[in-house]
Design a protein around this ligand. Sequence first.
Ligand SMILES: [Zn+2]
Length: 134
Amino acid sequence: MSYRVVCPKCKKAANVSGSTTCPSCGAQIDIPQAGMIQIYRMGNFIGGAAAAGIYINGVPYGHVGNRSTVQIPLPFGTYKLHMTMGMNRRCNDPEITLTPEKPVAYLKMHIRMGVFSNTQVIEPADPASMPPVE
Ligand SMILES: [Zn+2]
């Protein structure tokens, strides 16, 4: 199991499995031991090959593949979540709050087809419905 983190120094997103050093710049990365956002990108024919970009409070957190899960450890707080699909930046931009009572936000992302453009929709999901994380 690995976690998606952003290096505090070079701001590059990386997958790590424990507190470690940044693969890009070598800075120490400490994984927050508080809350976590878990996002599952639901399978979809539309944009299946496109990279889905993840942004938290405007900070790029890398990508998530089709039918894949990403786990992002974060301190408690409120975060604005945004996802892109290739060049498409239309998203419902939900606000996610992580608290000691509710430390993990389980979310699923799907694409809502529109007449003029599609929209990335991020919605809360039942934890029991989340696919297992490799
Ligand atoms: Zn770095």
